[in-house]
Design a binder for this molecule. Structure first.
Ligand code: SF4
Length: 508
């Protein structure tokens, strides 16, 4: 009997449950590099390089630890796994439960002729069962409660013991201290990037030769591709960025795509780093170095709170969630999104240019520029979610369903967020340096120079006024809408209409 272990591209950890279920001398491991994925999704070129190169490095690392590992390049992963099973007489196939639902469905649809054993995932702090047990009693789930429970359950940034434990510093959340607009000339520390080694160069050449013209620049490629590089990025974050992480985490600055952001999400989402090891390391080092608690708590909340929460919700909400479209938004994506530039709006073009260069933009650029535009313009939520999934270096189905559909677009009608995160140009002006030098006037909401975020914002409120009026958290903005003279509102909506008409959809 030969046990086979199939390691998926986002399960690159020697500690993952399928590998943990076996000894190196008792089984054979397979990783499949399938190019047919591109028929369904035109991924950013660097994302493909990152995943394939990380798989090759992980295969080499596992071999070095005594495992028998095969890495196969194939057109379709169904053909790849079948021929491998036949070649090596595999009698039982084990996999760790994938984070993305679609992987399990696709593997089950192969109807392989050997038993397939699914091992519960240990890639997150919260198992699906534990999350379900926490969520079940609530009518309305809220991040803050989940996060507090996580702090207590895993004993992170707490003082005291057992039921008398209290949050360190006397409060759970220091968000208010972490929302500073950019100071003049704000510059973050240099991030840690890597030169591609021979393995990565081979993958880059392969991607260059693919038939599919993929979005984004392939070079320069500077992401880490192995666990050892991911650990270096974690150390570098602690050394150079952790102390300054807090205040400017929502700021957006032209020419400064990374500021103090940790840049750990690609490595966490591939399994190269485990969230608990990252949290423990940050807590230990942050306290030892006496970095400001607001920043330390802020970065831990992103991993222990938001990341675990969105993953838990993805599985808790289940299979109907991806089809959510609360506002019945059906506008196709404009061509400049697929082309990663050319919108004429400086905020969007700056963010798109940064995504083209590296597949990365930080959370406020994603939420308050890209998703905000999608919400206001009524872009189809499924198309925009798929775009996020394809373009971001750290994008997976479980990440983008809740972040884009739920948080960004309110397409789930409030199952995740308590109100739509709609904002006019004023927010972007306050929190970024983008508006200086933009061809649009951020103070105008009518006329040809009106900032599109302004005209679209009021158009969005007017379009969904009846529904938004029922949400107490929208009361203030609806009051402002009520005060707008009908004639002015008509001119604003006309400007929004002209803007949308001028945004040609991407060719199919
Ligand atoms: Fe964006 Fe409007 Fe500012 Fe231009 S003026 S950068 S479109 S928010």
């Amino acid at each position: 009997m030969t046990i086979g272990i199939w390691v998926l591209g986002d399960q690159l950890s020697a500690e993952q449950s399928a590998l943990q279920s076996c000894q190196p001398d008792q089984c054979r491991v397979i990783l499949l590099e399938s190019s047919s994925v591109l028929q369904r999704r035109r991924y950013h070129a660097q994302k493909l390089v990152l995943v394939w190169s990380a798989m090759r490095h992980f295969a080499a690392d596992l071999s070095g630890q005594g495992w028998t590992v095969d890495l196969r390049e194939c057109e379709r992963f169904g053909d790849g796994i079948r021929s491998w099973i036949a070649e090596h007489g595999i009698s039982e196939l084990r996999l760790m439960e994938p984070a993305d639902r679609e992987f399990r469905r696709a593997i089950e649809a192969l109807q392989l002729q050997v038993p397939v054993i699914w091992l519960a995932s240990n890639a997150f702090l919260w198992s699906r069962e534990d999350f379900a047990a926490w969520a079940a009693p609530y009518k309305q789930l809220r991040l803050e409660l989940f996060y507090r429970e996580g702090r207590k359950r895993f004993g992170v940034l707490m003082e005291g013991e057992g039921s008398s434990a209290e949050p360190l510093g006397g409060q759970w959340n220091f968000d208010q201290e972490n929302r500073k607009p950019p100071a003049k000339g704000l510059q973050g520390p240099e991030p840690l990037w890597f030169q591609p080694d021979a393995i990565t160069e081979a993958v880059i050449s392969k991607v260059e030769q693919l038939d599919a013209a993929l979005p984004g620049s392939l070079r320069p490629f500077h992401w880490g591709v192995s666990r050892s590089q991911a650990l270096q990025v974690l150390d570098h974050f602690v050394e150079t960025r952790l102390a300054g992480f807090g205040p400017y985490q929502d700021a957006m600055v032209s020419g400064e795509p990374t500021l103090w952001h940790a840049l750990l999400s690609p490595y966490l989402n591939l399994g190269l780093l485990h969230p608990l090891e990252v949290i423990r390391h940050l807590e230990r080092e942050g306290l030892r170095r006496e970095v400001p608690l607001a920043g330390l708590e802020g970065v831990i909340r992103q991993i222990l709170g938001w990341r675990e929460y969105t993953h838990g919700l993805y599985h808790w909400f289940g299979g109907d969630y991806p089809a959510s479209n609360h506002f019945a938004a059906d506008r196709p994506l404009p061509g400049w999104l697929e082309q990663l530039g050319g919108s004429g709006m400086r905020c969007l073009d700056t963010v798109l240019e940064e995504i083209a260069a590296s597949g990365y933009a930080h959370h406020i650029q994603r939420l308050m520029v890209l998703a905000n535009y999608g919400l206001l313009a009524g872009l189809n939520p499924q198309a925009l979610t798929a775009w996020f999934h394809r373009m971001f270096i750290d994008g997976f189905d479980w990440v983008m369903q809740t972040n884009v559909l739920g948080m960004g677009l309110f397409a789930d009608g409030g199952r995740l967020a308590s109100k739509p995160y709609a904002a006019s140009g004023n927010y972007i002006k306050r929190m970024s340096t983008y508006c200086k030098g933009c061809r649009y006037d951020v103070k105008a909401r009518t006329g040809d120079n009106a900032c599109p975020f302004n005209s679209l914002y009021w158009d969005f409120l007017a379009r969904h006024e009846g529904e938004l009026r029922r949400n107490p958290r929208m009361a203030l903005v609806i009051k402002q809408l009520d005060k707008l003279p009908a004639e002015e509102l008509g001119a604003i909506r006309a400007a929004a209409g002209r803007h949308l008409e001028a945004s040609a959809p991407a060719p199919r």
